[in-house]
Ligand binder design. Sequence first.
Ligand SMILES: *[C@@H]1O[C@H](CO)[C@@H](O)[C@H](O)[C@H]1NC(C)=O
Ligand SMILES: *[C@@H]1O[C@H](CO)[C@@H](O)[C@H](O)[C@H]1NC(C)=O
Ligand SMILES: *[C@@H]1O[C@H](CO)[C@@H](O)[C@H](O)[C@H]1NC(C)=O
Length: 362
Amino acid sequence: MVSFVAQASLIGLSCLPALVSAAPFSFPLSNGFPNITAPSNQLTIIQNKAHGSLPNGGPPANISANTLTSLQLIAFNELSEVAFFTELISNVTNNVQGYRIQDGATRRFILETLKNVQAQEELHALNANNAVNHFSQNPIQACQYNFPVSNFEDAIALASTFTDVVLGTLQDVVTLFGQDGDSGLIRGVASVIGQEGEQDGYYRSIQGKLPSALPFLTASTREFAFSALNQLFVVPNSCPNSNIIKLPVFGALSVLTTPDVIVDSQKVSFMVDATTTNWPSGSSTPLSLVYINQQNTPVVQQIENIQVQGTTVTFDAAFPFSKGTFGNGLTIAAVTKTSGPFASVDAVAQDTLFGPGLIEIN
Ligand SMILES: *[C@@H]1O[C@H](CO)[C@@H](O)[C@H](O)[C@H]1NC(C)=O
Ligand SMILES: *[C@@H]1O[C@H](CO)[C@@H](O)[C@H](O)[C@H]1NC(C)=O
Ligand SMILES: *[C@@H]1O[C@H](CO)[C@@H](O)[C@H](O)[C@H]1NC(C)=O
C-alpha cells in the first residue's frame, strides 16, 4: 500500500503550482454551514444525515482559558475536516478524474459513508464552536483549504493520517481538561475519540490495512495538530480569526522517504522549510530529531548528512523500525532544539522548532 504522507510532503514543496491551480475550498456550504442556528431546518437535516444529535445538555458553567484554547482548536480542526469530506464527496459524485469508482454498490456505500461522516463532522464543529460562543468568545471562522491529493486512494490515506493526528491530539486535550479542572468536558470529547476511531478503521480497511493499527494509539499535542493543519491544508492568510488560538505554528518538516523504504533502510530523509523558522548553525547543528510512536517515551536520534540550500535544509535520521515495538501506525517526527531526553510528547512539543513530520507504516 502506498502511504500518502511521504508523497504528499514531497508534492507539498516541489510541485506547489500544480496544487494551487485547483480553486481552494471555501465555505459556506449550500446549507449555510458553518452558520447554522439551533433549532433550524438545516440543523435537523444535518442531524438526520449524521444519524444523531448535538448534545442537548449544554456546556459547563465556566472553563479555564487553556480549555477555551482546546475548544477553539477542535473547532478549527473540524472545519477543515468538513471542508475535506465535502470536497471528497463532490469529487466522487462528479466522477472527477482519479475519483471514479467503477462498482456501483461500492460507490453507493462509500458515498453514503462519506455523507454520514461529513454531517457528523459538521456537528463536531458546531458543538465546539457553540461552546466557544457560550463562553463569550467569537466562534472560530473557517479558512480556505487546499488538500494535497488528486485521487481517491491518496485522499483516503490522507483522511486516515489526519484522523490519526486527531486521535493523538484529543488524548492531549482530555489530559489538559483534567489538569485544568474542566473534567465536565472529558466525556463528550472521549465520545468523539471513539467516533473518529470508527472512521479510521474504515479508512484503513479501504486501503487494505488491518482496521486497528496499534494496541495504544500514538500521542500527539495541540501544537502538532495546529501546525499540521496550517502547514498542509490551510491557504496562507485565509483564516479570519485563527490568530486568536493561542498555539504556535512550527516550521514545516517534510518526510521524503516512502514507508517501505523506511522499513528496509531503517532511515528517513527529511526536508525543512527554514523560511519562517531559522535553521541554526548550518551543518554543525545542535538540533535533534525526535520520534513519537504509540505511548512510548520519545526516541531521540542524531541529525546526519545535513545539506543547506538557501532556506531548504535536507538531512537524514535513523528510524529503528521493529514490528513489535517501534514504528507501526503513526509516528510523529519533530526537530527539537536540544537532545532531551524527553519524558513525554508534551516535552517534545515544548522544545520543537520544526514539525510534525508524519510517517505511516502498516
Ligand atoms: C447567520 O445566519 C443568521 C440567521 O439566518 C443571519 O442573521 C446572520 O447574518 C448569518 N451570519 C453570517 C456570518 O452569515
Ligand atoms: C468555575 O467556577 C467555580 C465557582 O465560581 C469555581 O470554584 C471554579 O474554580 C471555576 N472553574 C474554573 C475552571 O475556572
Ligand atoms: C478533489 O479533486 C481535485 C481535482 O483533482 C483536487 O485538487 C482536490 O484536492 C480533491 N479533493 C479531495 C478532498 O480529494
